[in-house]
Ligand binder design. Structure first.
Ligand SMILES: Nc1nc2c(ncn2[C@@H]2O[C@H](COP(=O)(O)O)[C@@H](O)[C@H]2O)c(=O)[nH]1
Ligand SMILES: [Mg+2]
Length: 484
């Protein structure tokens, strides 16, 4: 046995070749420790978590439906029907300033890094005038702000920007009451109607293949979790009928034609399923009412289904969930149940420049090196007022030179940073960064997600009893020491 193996690596090098090399795009990253061995139940959200919609077709459906409602139900000009949707334009993490008609990208301190009025980039002066120069001038929540945090909101953000531009260039086409805030409220209610009245869901049900990505990593991953003794559940705001259509497609029936061909086979992968209620959102306050089962009582599953005891519920709240999981208080439950929700980055992992963040040495940046010489001298310091005219002239000339130099360095730095960011997204730059800081979106991920990954099927690439541990937290002063 070599000394290295015996004393330092505790024999782990024996397994080095067997260690799985998971591509960075499929890895699971850890913000906060999770020991899967202690996790009793693993839950999955449906829309945009287990089910990945095709953004180009699905979000266009929402866009087209919303435009029609604005024109037909809310009296907006007919020209809107000619508009088209660029599904690549908006990204998650943006904030709409609905009073001013602006779309903002900010960092984790709520410092506004980029601001557009409709599709027009605000100058630095305009941005500073509206949002200040420093951190946390505004809370950016409350009725004047809308957070674009889910894929579902991308179409409404794009349509809002189009309407802001359209109102600015055609004010005569909008009545006085239709200010930017009112326009946003109209867009929001039209989107909401599309989700409620079947505009989207009927189309998806007719041709799921057009709107949903097939994903053959889901079944093995769910099987693995169940086989290792975890309870597995689905929890969705979608209603049962739609959930059943979408899950049939995801679990292999890629040629669904009408509801008659729907099967309940997919339920075998779950211990229970909680769907939304026709009257509202899923997780609401506990009023003590029992959790309603779809169909009045349990859905009768065919005998051949292995997990015949799977029950389907609608509505409910956190305490219902705890009862189903047989866990007591919320603190106990929180430590023993893992819920996967959608926080997937659209551009990050699969983007051709996805590795730039780690490996690139952005050429523009490396050229900018400002050398600061210490001021040395033994004599007493003289003030500007003490100097004679020629000394003052020399000093003023030097100051001008340095100021010119500083503004050129600043401009070059800004340009280098801009072009670096544009490699990720031409308008909004890196999703997870705003300048050098973590973006508001990244900040949310850090705060709310113990684990994150590009798609939920990646869970199947890791042991179901893995102990996920976060990397070391590094403070600013420590990173300087580490780079020495
Ligand atoms: N009434 C509205 N429903 C919406 C809106 N945006 C999304 N949705 C619906 O929520 C669920 C999400 O399901 P989940 O599985 O992620 O919990 C799905 O049915 C969407 O159609 C909205 O603005 N209004
Ligand atoms: Mg979802």
């Amino acid at each position: 046995m070599s000394e290295a193996r015996g004393t330092h690596d505790l024999g782990l090098s024996l397994f080095s070749e067997e260690r799985q090399n998971i591509d960075i795009g499929q890895q699971i990253f850890c913000n906060s420790a999770v020991n899967m061995g202690n996790i009793v139940a693993v839950g999955f959200d449906m829309d945009y978590t287990l089910v990945q919609y095709k953004a180009d077709t699905f979000e266009s459906l929402a866009y087209d439906g919303t435009v029609k409602k604005l024109v037909r139900n809310l009296g907006y000009p007919k020209e809107l029907l000619e508009w088209s949707f660029d599904w690549t334009y908006m990204v998650r993490g943006l904030v709409l300033d609905t009073k001013r008609g602006n779309i903002l990208k900010m960092d984790r301190h709520k410092y506004v890094k980029l601001a557009y009025h409709g599709f027009r980039l605000l100058s630095k002066d305009e941005k500073v005038a509206a949002y200040g120069k420093t951190f946390i001038k505004y809370a950016f929540d409350g009725p004047d702000y809308a957070h674009i945090d889910t894929f579902f909101s991308l179409a409404e953000a794009y349509l809002y920007a189009q309407l802001v531009d359209f109102k600015d260039s055609n004010p005569e086409k909008f009545s006085e009451v239709k200010d930017y805030s009112r326009i946003y409220a109209d867009v929001r209610s039209a989107v909401d109607m599309c989700h409620r009245d079947g505009t989207l869901k009927e189309m998806v049900a007719k041709d799921p293949k057009k709107y949903i990505n097939e994903d053959n990593s889901i079944i093995p991953m769910l099987k693995m979790l169940k086989d290792s003794g975890h309870a597995v559940f689905l929890v969705t705001n979608s209603l049962w009928d739609y959930t059943n259509v979408v899950m049939n497609f995801l679990f292999g029936a890629h040629t669904i034609e009408g509801s008659s061909s729907l099967s309940l086979d997919w339920l075998q992968y779950f211990d229970f399923v909680i769907t939304g209620r026709p009257s509202g959102k899923l997780i609401n306050t506990d009023n003590g009412t029992p959790l309603a089962q779809v169909g009045g009582s349990a859905i009768e599953l065919p005998d051949r289904i292995p997990n015949k005891h799977c029950k389907v519920f609608q509505g409910g709240n956190v305490s219902h969930l705890h009862k189903l999981l047989h866990v007591g208080s919320s603190s106990q439950a929180g430590g023993r149940c893992l819920l996967f929700l959608n926080l997937k980055e659209r551009l990050g992992f699969s983007h051709p420049h996805g590795r730039l963040e780690r490996n690139s040495n952005c050429s523009g940046m490396s050229e900018i090196r400002l050398r600061i010489k210490p001021i040395t001298g033994s004599g007493p310091l003289s003030t500007y007022e003490d100097m004679d005219a020629s000394e003052k002239e020399k000093l003023t000339a030097k100051l001008e030179l340095l100021e010119g130099y500083r503004s050129r360095v600043r401009a070059a730095h800004q340009e280098a940073q801009r072009s670096f960011h544009q490699q990720f997204h031409p308008v909004w730059g890196q999703l997870m960064k705003a300048g050098y800081q973590n973006s508001r979106f990244a900040h949310q991920m850090e705060r709310f997600a113990c684990l994150y990954t590009s798609r939920v099927g990646n869970l199947g690439l890791y042991s179901p009893t893995k102990y996920y541990r976060p990397g070391e937290n590094i403070m600013a002063h420590e990173s300087n020491v580490l780079s020495l």
